[in-house]
Write a protein that binds this ligand. Structure first.
Ligand code: CO
Length: 211
């Protein structure tokens, strides 16, 4: 079990190794960041954004919360999206969920955990909307995993439906919204085929398969 001083010691070693590999690494990053990607993922400790997609510091702008939700009244998440799209000019927004998500599981199970239940309410509503499909699955784990996928699709559409992304598309800015899901079992990401690049694509996607 690491103790708190280990973290600072690790940091000193990491900074030293980085600087010896590439002496301009920190000076360069301190001048500016120019990431092409915004990552919206779960706060789960087992899904470290940069690590699992092999991105260095400076390459991924990251927002994480419990169950990778994009709620239109969440000033924190919206501010991240606005800054990423309008100031950093990212070209891709990736909503990446993960199978076995505790937040999704909590939304599916009976009983209260406290304040977090309010945060998870959109997932509970999503599970009601897909009740028939979820109930057809044999066990709770399978239902959780399917709801994890449905949640990613819904949150990717939620990103695409923000005024920030809509306005970017109206301006002709190149910007794609993707929906991915990560497996804790093998470390692999699966592309859920959500690939929204225009207002029209969002409208069509929502018409074909309501999430
Ligand atoms: Co999670």
């Amino acid at each position: 079990m690491p103790v708190i001083q280990d973290l600072l010691e690790n940091n000193r070693r990491w900074a030293q190794a980085r600087a010896s590999q590439d002496p301009d690494f920190f000076p360069r990053l301190s001048r500016q960041q120019a990431p092409e990607f915004l990552w919206i993922g779960c706060a789960d400790s087992r899904v470290p954004a940069n690590d699992i997609v092999g991105m260095d510091p400076g390459e991924l702008f990251v927002h994480r919360n419990v169950a990778n939700l994009v709620v239109p009244s969440d000033l924190n998440c919206l501010s991240v999206i606005q800054y990423a799209v309008e100031v950093l000019n990212v070209r891709h927004i990736i909503v990446c969920g993960h199978y076995g998500c505790g937040g999704v599981r909590a939304a599916l199970e009976e009983g209260q955990l406290g304040l977090i239940d309010n945060w998870l309410r959109p997932i509970r509503l999503l599970s009601h909307a897909h009740r028939a499909q979820l109930n057809a699955l044999s066990d709770l784990d399978a239902r959780v995993d399917r709801l994890c996928e449905l949640n990613v699709i819904a949150q990717a559409r939620s990103v695409a439906g923000t005024t920030i992304v809509q306005n970017a598309w109206h301006r002709g800015q190149t910007l794609a919204v993707h929906g991915w899901i990560y497996s804790l079992h093998d470390g692999l990401i699966r592309d859920l085929g959500v690939d929204l690049r225009s207002v029209e694509e969002l409208v069509v996607a929502e018409r074909i398969a309501p999430a």
